[in-house]
Design a protein around this ligand. Structure first.
Ligand code: S3P
Length: 167
């Protein structure tokens, strides 16, 4: 099976959908943020605070190279800025989880751990800035995506099933 690379904005539900995909398929799921946190033995928030965003992007680059060489039959869930890695297409089929900005924020705020979900993402601290980032990124996400799934008002299970049908 060719790898799947899940891209999309922070909070769109990449992690939850990945967990559903593995229930209904033989894919193994990995997450680029989790890989980085275990490489550094530090939370993403701490890496941003102590080492800065540029350092974090370098780690993403390193992970992207490793993924290209080393993984197969894998669903790779990525951080919202990982789409910038030049070798993304070489890692697998790119699937965009798409939703309007306001729907994404609404989705996060509905979560029982909403405060933690917002806090752990340094680039979501300022919602005005985050919206700008969303508007800047969305056209690029769409350009890269081979498959687009509109996740708005759908459960993670529904999205996972749609993904597996389309891939
Ligand atoms: C980022 C998204 C985060 C994480 C980091 C930077 C981004 O991942 O990689 O905080 O640039 O959009 P999620 O998309 O899983 O929140």
């Amino acid at each position: 099976m060719k790898n799947i690379v899940l891209i999309g904005f922070m909070g769109v539900g990449k992690g939850s959908i990945a967990r559903e995909v593995v229930k209904y398929s033989d894919y193994i799921a990995i997450d680029t943020d989790d890989l980085i946190e275990s490489m550094e033995n530090k939370k993403i928030k701490k890496i941003f605070e102590e080492n800065g965003e540029d350092y974090f992007r370098k780690l993403e680059k390193h992970v992207a190279k490793w993924l290209e060489k080393s993984v197969h039959d894998t669903l790779v869930s990525t951080g919202g800025g990982f789409y910038k890695r030049e070798n993304l297409q070489k890692i697998g089929t790119i699937v965009l989880l798409d939703s309007p900005f306001d729907a994404i924020i609404k989705r996060i705020k509905k979560h029982p751990n909403a405060a933690r979900k917002l806090k752990k993402r340094p680039l979501l601290n300022d919602l005005k800035e985050a919206k700008k980032l969303y508007e800047e990124r969305r056209p690029q996400y769409l350009k890269l995506a081979e498959i687009v799934i509109d996740v708005t008002d759908k459960s993670a299970q529904e999205c996972a099933k749609e993904l597996l049908k389309k891939v």
